[in-house]
Design a protein around this ligand. Structure first.
Ligand code: 13P
Length: 343
């Protein structure tokens, strides 16, 4: 384990005023989003869209790292420059999603376990050689009657910790992503309690597997009411609940926390992130770790819709992506406001 390099990468990923761009949708998920936007679901369309993302001028000002997918890390621009090289030149650290997806958990209907540990050591070495410096593994936990079960929490926490240990051995900073899903009518309080339970189990397992906290990044959900819950709390209530839970559960040694957006709108995700920094990011109330974003949909969705598969819309789509990135970067200093959306 190359401790010095791991910590330097983690710190670069958590650079002040910057966040991560999640552009690691699997082929299936990317195709689903393309279908929703009326875009043809071909390898060339996916390549062209990812080229648009990585070549957006100015992205390096507010994006510290980009999470790629196996197909994407091997792709090049139309002019033949590997995406990894484009990102690195822009000061953006390339990373890679390495899990093989969430699969049905035997004996536990409606629950899933993320797979991909078999052969992972060899795959990680391959990705490092391709230029990746960090990795991501996502576990999903649904809230429902009697869900998540302790069995589901345990297997996913165990897999996350084994993945993280293998990453550090390969000098890749692990992003550990246990996502408590927003689907359902549960309350914010229920999400808080499940999120804390899950994070406790994840950090127990990380400790058991000897993962170095200073060289990992946690990618959690925000603490939110379910999408169909009748009571949708204010931005400030969500921000306060989220930070309170994290302060209870996440060790201070962790290099940083980078939220997923999980289906929140771009504006709401920015507003909630902003409120966390308004309350907790400024002296004298300091959180022990930097809190940033690692959004997929909340950064990309407007750009995808504007692009719509037509190169004529490339520049406008890049501007939309840069706009969302700048809004989130502003939120990291408590400087995001609704006026930014109409300016
Ligand atoms: P969303 O922000 O769209 O939830 O995606 C983040 C991510 O990386 C999910 O694994």
């Amino acid at each position: 384990m190359d401790t010095r390099n791991l910590i330097a990468t983690a710190q670069a990923m958590m650079a002040d005023g910057k966040g991560l761009l999640a552009m690691d949708e699997s082929t299936g998920t990317c195709n689903k989003r393309f279908a929703g936007a009326g875009i043809s679901q071909t390898e060339e369309a996916r390549r062209g869209y990812r080229e648009l993302l990585v070549t957006t001028p100015g992205m390096g000002e507010c994006i510290s790292g980009a999470i790629l997918y196996d197909e994407t890390i091997r792709q090049k621009t139309r002019k033949g420059t590997p995406f990894v090289q484009v990102l690195t030149a822009a000061g953006i650290v390339p990373g890679i999603k390495v899990d093989m997806g969430a699969k049905a958990l035997a004996g536990h209907p409606a629950e899933r376990v993320t797979e991909g540990l078999d052969g992972l050591r060899e795959r990680l070495k391959g990705y490092f050689d391709m230029g990746a410096r960090f990795a991501k593994w996502r576990a999903v936990l649904a809230i429902g009657e009697g869900l998540p079960t302790p069995a589901c929490i345990e297997v996913n926490a165990h897999a996350l910790a084994r993945y993280a240990a293998l990453c550090q051995e390969a000098t890749l900073v692990p992003i550990v992503e246990p996502e408590v899903l927003m689907d359902g009518d549960h309350t914010l309080e229920r999400c808080r309690s499940v999120t804390e339970d899950v994070l406790h189990r994840v950090f127990d397992q990380l400790r058991l597997q000897g993962v170095m906290l200073e060289a990992m990044i946690l990618k959690p959900n925000m603490v939110l009411p379910g999408l169909t819950c009748a009571t949708q709390e204010s931005v400030d209530v969500v921000a306060a609940a989220t930070v309170k839970s994290l302060l209870r559960v996440v060790p201070a040694a962790v290099a940083g926390i980078a939220f997923l957006s999980g289906g929140q709108s771009g504006e709401l995700a920015s507003a909630r992130l902003n409120a966390m920094h308004g309350r907790f990011g400024l002296p004298p109330v300091q959180a022990p770790w930097p809190l940033t974003f690692s959004f997929g949909r909340a950064l990309q969705q407007p750009a995808l819709e504007i692009w719509a598969g037509d190169e004529v819309n490339r520049v406008a789509a890049q501007q939309a992506l840069l706009h969302r990135a700048r809004c989130n970067a502003a939120a990291l200093h408590g400087n995001y406001h609704a006026g930014m959306e109409t300016a």
